[in-house]
Design a protein around this ligand. Structure first.
Ligand SMILES: [Zn+2]
Length: 350
């Protein structure tokens, strides 16, 4: 029995070998034959398919062309901290935003990405939130619109490097003159923040409203970010006091290890909801009550209440430190923007 089976197996494998050899011969000959017949004439260039914007990392993706003079012709009304309103050209406004919002030491492509995001954000605000400020288009408050720093204050801050830094920022703005981020032809809400650890968060989970281009994406910044991780400690009394001012119904009569529940987080580690003293609050509320740098925190109860926080900012849209990390990898400003704002194109303002 054993020998027969072995025999049968040998015959079978012999057939397989023969078929295999024939197939190999065929597979070598057929392409040669076809290549002879259908090889394109070498002198004729292949047609280039149009770039859809869906493949931001294609090495052949053209860099969008700036619209020379657009930022100088466009003007807007800026509400200053003292309540006065100033008319500025878009170029003047954007230079002030980049001065205030991004470290000037960042690479040029990151500064350009910031300039485009700031231009887009401002135009979107003017179109969508015109009633936010009665006599102005935007203000200088980073928690309301975008931070803005005048050139004299920036020069004072930069000291000897003032001229070089001012030129670097002016260049980032003019190199992206008139360019914005569009999603399906419309201006986007180009929100940005300082840093995240690993991933951004989606608008849907953080703000409760899905926005297709504000999805969660990987963010490559790391230990180069100053204060990437921070620890904030509160004595129990102060921790309770702050919470009770917002939620007098909370109860802290139980032992401290029962005060704080297991938080609900997103994939990026941002706290969406957490129970404190029997009251469920959002991560955003905890962030503002305790002055945390982000909603990406863990909390321990012991002698004190200790928050361990990572990153800085709301975590939605473009990470500024991530933009600089991508620039260091050789990405262009358009690639950086398309990395953080899913499915957008970078083009002239509509
Ligand atoms: Zn504002």
């Amino acid at each position: 029995m054993r020998g027969k089976r072995e025999n049968a197996a040998q015959i079978w494998s012999g057939k397989v070998l023969l078929t295999g050899v024939s197939l190999v011969i065929l597979s070598f000959l057929l392409p040669l034959f076809l290549a002879e017949r259908f090889a394109p004439a070498p002198a004729v260039p292949l047609p280039v398919s149009p770039i859809s914007g869906a493949d931001p990392f294609s090495p052949s993706a053209p860099c969008p062309t700036p619209r020379a003079g657009w930022d100088e012709q466009e003007s807007l009304l800026l509400l200053q901290p003292d309540g006065s309103v100033t008319r500025l050209t878009m170029a003047e406004y954007l230079q002030g935003v980049v001065r205030a919002e991004m470290p000037v030491s960042f690479l040029p492509e990151a500064l350009k990405a910031q300039a485009v995001a700031a231009r887009t954000y401002c135009l979107y605000q003017r179109a969508q939130n015109a009633d936010k400020h009665l006599q102005a288009d935007v203000c200088t408050d980073s928690t309301c619109c975008q931070a803005w720093l005048d050139s004299a204050s920036a020069a004072e801050k930069w000291g000897e490097e003032a001229d070089r830094y001012a030129d670097k920022i002016a260049q980032a703005v003019s190199d992206t003159d008139g360019l914005v981020c569009l999603y399906q032809g419309e201006l986007i809400d180009a929100v940005f923040f300082s840093s995240a650890l690993g991933k951004t968060s989606s608008a849907g989970v953080v703000w409760g409203k899905d926005v297709p281009y504000l999805a969660s994406v990987n963010s490559p910044e790391g230990e180069e970010v100053p204060e990437l991780r921070t620890v904030v400690t509160f004595p129990k009394d102060e921790f309770i006091g702050r919470f009770l001012t917002a939620h007098p119904e909370a109860s802290f009569s139980d032992t401290p290890e029962h005060w704080i529940g297991v938080p609900e987080t997103d994939d990026a580690g941002a706290v969406l909801a957490i129970s404190i003293g029997g009251v469920t609050v959002t991560g955003g509320e905890v962030r503002s009550l305790y002055g945390l740098r982000s909603t990406r925190f863990q909390v321990e109860t012991g002698e004190n209440i200790i928050f361990s926080v990572s990153g800085y900012g709301h975590g939605v849209g473009m990470s500024q430190y991530g933009a600089n990390a991508l620039a260091r990898q050789g990405k262009t400003f358009a690639e950086i923007l398309q990395w953080y704002y899913t499915g957008v194109t970078v083009a002239g303002a509509p």
